[in-house]
Design a protein around this ligand. Sequence first.
Ligand code: ZLV
Ligand code: CA
Ligand code: ZN
Length: 391
Amino acid sequence: SQSCPDGPKRRVCYYYDRGIAGVDYGEDHVMVPRRVDMAHALIRSYGLLGDMARLRTRPATADEISSFHDEGYVGLLRDVTPEGFAAGGEMTHAAKGFNVGAFAKDDRSVDNPPIAGLWDYCRRYAGGSLAAARALVSGEAEIAINWSGGLHHACRERASGFCYVNDIVVAIHELLGRFRRVLYVDIDVHHGDGVETAFIDSARVMTVSFHQRTKNFFPDGKGLVEHVGVGDGQYRAVNVPLNEGMDDQGYHGLFRPIMAKVMEVFQPEAIVMQCGGDSLSGDRLGNQNLSIAGHAQCVRFMRSYNLPLLLLGGGGYTVNHVAACWCYETAVAIGKEIDDAIPVHCYDSYYRSQGYKLHYPVAKGIKNDNTDFHVTRTMSIVMRNLTHLEA
Ligand code: ZLV
Ligand code: CA
Ligand code: ZN
């Protein structure tokens, strides 16, 4: 196959379901599923759809979702409606028990609203991740992409952090049918707690999360560098906590050596990467300072190992940034250079503030609270933990 700066082109499968774009978490909610439609429109306008096979699939079934989730919780996801929830009866009570529609203790915001079409939404984004995993299992694809997936906080029997069904866990279960060891890498600014917990005692799945760990940052109390997994999973959970303001250089100073060591000691047969775009500079929730190039460098680095690779979305709350990022990472997956100038397309007005350029400049004058002392300490603890897995 044709060569390019990042090695040969790869067979890439891509999932997109237009039924997801219209999902509404609520007017004041920061999660905007339309960002996936924006990314898709951008991907199309750059002509990248011609370089990938499109994954056509059916939405995931209740049985497939139940491979991870509790049946009672799955039943609630299927039955709950905004109207039924608003009625204040039995359903309201049941939903809140599963953390759907529950108010935060201290304010009026709802992380996991009982949105219209909730079950259909869950089935579609989980179906995409499952189909992507199957394309890797069959060998049809070397890289499979679902930007609408990556909802890493969902637990077996409760919603958490805008996530209802954990499509990542469902997809990893599918990959385990074929691959002996699966590596999970999470560059979302939040800790990948749902995935870590699901495989906390597994020797076959290693989870690595890079995340912001500052006062009260969600999910509070998770993802400490000391959390390494239990039982057969000991040292197979890796946590890299960050302070605010990490830039490209600092991030890669950690990412590259840690991931190289992880690859060496764990020797996975497939890689799943959650590419949450809230670690980008200027995100509405995250306080990091990565550029799109820096974020995508993580994808490029994992891709260079030439293993079956599943790329998923996740967070990302400044919609023009995250859409541009996922478009660029799609090009990286394919192995194609794309122009910085955004082509004319239906969402191009969203990119006016960045001069219609894909690579917007990172925020200036952001303080990087990750001192050399902090970074060196984190790195040495993580590396020491990993030496326990050396053959
Ligand atoms: O990007 O903010 O902090 C994957 C992902 O990782 C909380 N939730 C909970 C725990 C107590 N608080 C609730 C109060 C939050 C303050 C207000 C919001 C306003 C509207 C809608 C959502 C939020 C919000 N919620 C900001 N941060 C949260 C987190 C959840 C973060 C999930 C990240 C998901 C998709
Ligand atoms: Ca993370
Ligand atoms: Zn996030």
